[in-house]
Design a protein around this ligand. Structure first.
Ligand code: MG
Length: 257
C-alpha cells in the first residue's frame, strides 16, 4: 500500500479521511472512554499542515463531540455521517432535512429517558442530529423494555429512522444519506483545482463501505481497520495502532515531497 501511496503522491495532492470509533481509536465499552490520544491529535494536525494535504474526520458522532476532540487542529470535521460539516476556515454545512428533524430527535430523546428507568442501564448518546441508545449493559431480563420502547417510537415518529445495530439503536433523520454522501459533500466544498487528489479513506464497519466504494471509484485508497472480511476496501490494517503508524508514514512522505 505504501509504495502505491508514495507513487501517487508524487503526482497528486492528498485528501485523507478517517472514521473515528474503531478506526482512529479502539471501541470501548463506554463510548465516552474512547478518547483520542494527544499524540494522535498532534500527528493529525501535523499531517493537515503539510503541503497539498487535507485531512477530515467523518464519524457517526456529532459535530459537537468531534469539535471537542479536534478543535484548532486544522481538520475538516464531518459529524453524523457528514450530515453536518465544519471546515477549518469556519465554513459550515448542515443537511436541510436533518436540520428540520432536530426537534423530533429531541422528543425521541426525552421519551427514551422517561420510558427507560435507570436500572435498565442504557447509555443514551445525544449527537444532536442523531441519537445512539446503547443497551449492551442492560441486564438480559430487561432488554425487551428497550426493544419495546424503540418499536413504539419508531411507529410514532416516521420522520426518524431507527436502525438496530448489534447492541444499540441508532436514531437518525429519515434521510437517505451514507458516508459516501458525506464524502461528496466534503469534496464539493473544497477547492480542488486541477489534479484530482489521492483520496485515502480508513474505516472499520459496514457503515464505512459506501465511503470505501466512493474512494475506489476515484482511484483512491480504501483501508479497512480490522478483519478483511466482507469489505470492498482494497487494504486492511489490523488495528487503530497500525493506522496511527500509517499516519506517521504519510507525514514523512508529505514532508519529503
Ligand atoms: Mg467506526
Amino acid at each position: 500500500m505504501l509504495n502505491l501511496i508514495t507513487r501517487e503522491l508524487e503526482k497528486r495532492p492528498l485528501f485523507a479521511v478517517f472514521d473515528r470509533d474503531g478506526t482512529l481509536v479502539p471501541i470501548t465499552d463506554d463510548p465516552l472512554a474512547a478518547m483520542v490520544s494527544a499524540e494522535l491529535k498532534a500527528n493529525l494536525r501535523k499531517l493537515a499542515a503539510t503541503k497539498n494535504t487535507k485531512v477530515a474526520v467523518l464519524s457517526a458522532r456529532g459535530l459537537r463531540h468531534l469539535s471537542q476532540d479536534f478543535s484548532g487542529d486544522g481538520l475538516i470535521l464531518a459529524g453524523n455521517y457528514g450530515l453536518e460539516i465544519l471546515f477549518p476556515d469556519k465554513r459550515a454545512f448542515i443537511q436541510p432535512k436533518a436540520k428540520a428533524s432536530r426537534e423530533m430527535l429531541s422528543k425521541a430523546r426525552l421519551r427514551f429517558q422517561s420510558e427507560l428507568p435507570q436500572d435498565v442501564n442504557v447509555i443514551l448518546e445525544d449527537h444532536e442530529l442523531s441519537l445512539c441508545l446503547h443497551w449492551h449493559r442492560t441486564p438480559p431480563a430487561r432488554r425487551e423494555e428497550v426493544h419495546a420502547s424503540a418499536r413504539r417510537l419508531k411507529k410514532e415518529m416516521p420522520e426518524l429512522s431507527f436502525r438496530a445495530l448489534p447492541t444499540s439503536y441508532e436514531v437518525l433523520p429519515n434521510v437517505l444519506w451514507t458516508k459516501a454522501d458525506g464524502m461528496t459533500q466534503i469534496a464539493s466544498m473544497c477547492e480542488i483545482n486541477g489534479t484530482e487528489p489521492l483520496y485515502v479513506y480508513a474505516g472499520d464497519s459496514e457503515y464505512d463501505e459506501p465511503a470505501f466504494r466512493w474512494v475506489n471509484e476515484r482511484q483512491g485508497i480504501s483501508v479497512k481497520i480490522g478483519k478483511a472480511e466482507q469489505t470492498e476496501a482494497q487494504f486492511c490494517l489490523d488495528s487503530p495502532a497500525s493506522l496511527a503508524g500509517l499516519i506517521e508514514k504519510l507525514i514523512h512522505l508529505r514532508v519529503l515531497s
